[in-house]
Design a protein around this ligand. Structure first.
Ligand SMILES: [Zn+2]
Length: 445
């Protein structure tokens, strides 16, 4: 009765509030959004299919946006795709060409035995990581165990990081999960709104035991457990905050057969070049005076094993540009063959004739490798998993997305502009947070 009386009194005074005015009287708390971004290495949908139980991935699929076709950049190997994931750029723009490549201008070799150096963001020739773009726009960020979180030119650009170390001395998965959960609880004035985490599983286990091996299944269950901890951390964010989890991978994985005997192929054709080989492709950087026509003709003698491309005529799927880092020639193996540089084998393999007597392909016995990646991105087993879950996500299947789309998707979820420049686009299933508003600025419609 009292309320009715108050309304009647307003009416009598000709002061019934319009709907817009009423909105100004409602204090709407707009939650602040935090995005946790996770890259699990070498996570193919087939690995997830084989592993049971995976309750957290079941939940991500039930409640979030998901895809079995996150299509990696070529070569479909780790470091090129870690960089594409974090920058949203094709390799021709960020400059990381593979796990192993040569920079002829600088006279340096990236990756391989030099893997500690591979995390150095100074190798990048352009583009911003998601944490650099966030910090530039005033948002605090964290990056743990990701390559490129540190640069010998600029140092650390994110507010929270773990120290750059040699690849194999990374902090443990448990340690970086704890770091992430601690940051999610932090409600201080400098708390992180972007938390980026890299985990090296299940990749190395799948290489050794195959896509559906028991050990790989166990690694996938570990991945599931990590995901569950992060989901719980997001659900427990302090009041007034909301969270989103984005989970992706760098590439898929497939079981393989014989190894290509690149040492013999180079020796019997007297090829004078540096090779940079990993997974399923090799770049050749010809020595001065070596004939590209002659080497191309020589390499084309093995069409059953690999395809040969000359720079400037690389396939459309290879966004490698025509700079000096992308070699003079490239070979791409046909599955199930795979490749490793002859320098990776112990000296005795040469003494017993591997590089001059053994067949052009053979079963590798010095390297216990059952599965790999690196092929043409159209090979469906190279595709990886992708999930987005939580605030700002419209649930459902995403038929496919490219690796370059992850960065702009994360930035949209944060309500920020992507890095400069960027090649990808945000996926349709995500929306930016509502803009913060005060008083009359909250009026809309
Ligand atoms: Zn990888």
């Amino acid at each position: 009765m009292k309320r009715l009386g108050f309304a009647l009194a307003l009416f009598a005074l000709g002061a019934v509030p319009s709907s817009a005015t009423r909105e100004t009287l409602v204090v709407t708390a707009i939650p602040e959004r935090t995005v946790v971004v996770v890259l699990f290495d070498g996570f193919a949908p087939a690995e997830l299919d084989a592993a049971h139980p995976t309750p957290n991935f079941d939940r991500l699929k039930r409640e979030g946006a998901w895809s079995r076709h996150l299509v990696p950049a070529f070569p479909t190997v780790s470091l090129i795709n870690h960089t594409t994931f974090e920058t949203g750029c094709w390799p021709e723009h960020h400059g990381i060409m593979s796990n192993i490549f040569v920079d002829p201008k600088a006279g340096r070799r990236f990756g391989g035995d030099n893997n500690g150096d591979a995390g150095d963001g100074a190798w990048r020739t352009g583009c911003e990581t998601m944490w650099e773009a966030a910090e530039r726009q005033g948002v605090r960020s964290a990056a743990f165990n990701f390559v490129g979180r540190w640069s010998s030119k600029t140092g650390y650009r994110e507010t929270y990081y773990n120290p750059e170390v040699q690849w194999k001395q990374h902090e443990s998965d448990d340690t970086i999960v704890d770091r992430a959960l601690k940051l999610l609880k932090d409600n201080g004035p400098n708390h992180a709104r972007l938390i980026a985490l890299y985990f090296s599983i299940p990749d190395h286990v799948a290489h050794q035991y195959g896509v559906t091996g028991a050990e790989t299944q166990a690694a996938v269950r570990e991945v599931d457990a990590i995901t569950g901890k992060l989901m719980a951390g997001i659900k427990a964010l302090p009041p007034g905050r909301e969270g989103t989890l984005v989970v992706g991978t760098d590439h898929g994985m497939m079981d393989v057969g014989n190894l290509v005997n690149l040492g013999r192929i180079m020796r019997e054709n007297d090829i004078h070049a540096q090779q940079a080989t990993d997974g399923a492709s090799a770049f050749f950087y010809l020595d001065k005076g070596e004939s590209i026509d002659r080497v191309e003709t020589a390499l084309k003698q093995y069409p059953d094993i690999f395809s040969v491309y000359r720079k400037g005529h690389y396939p459309a799927y290879a966004h490698l540009g025509t700079g000096p880092r992308s070699g003079d020639l490239m070979v791409v193996t046909h599955p199930p063959y795979w490749m490793a540089g002859p320098e990776l084998f112990p000296a005795w393999t040469d003494w017993v004739g591997m590089n001059w007597l053994w067949p052009h392909t053979f079963k590798a016995f010095t390297v216990p490798l059952k599965a790999t990646h690196g092929y043409d991105p159209a090979v469906v087993q190279m595709h990886g998993i992708f999930y987005a879950w939580g605030a700002g996500v419209k649930p459902g299947e995403i038929k496919r997305l490219d690796q370059i789309d992850v960065h702009p998707t994360v930035m949209r979820l944060l309500g920020l502009q992507p890095g400069r420049p960027v090649d990808g686009h945000p996926i349709a299933a995500v929306s930016a947070p509502q803009r913060g508003c005060v008083g009359l600025a909250c009026l809309h419609g």
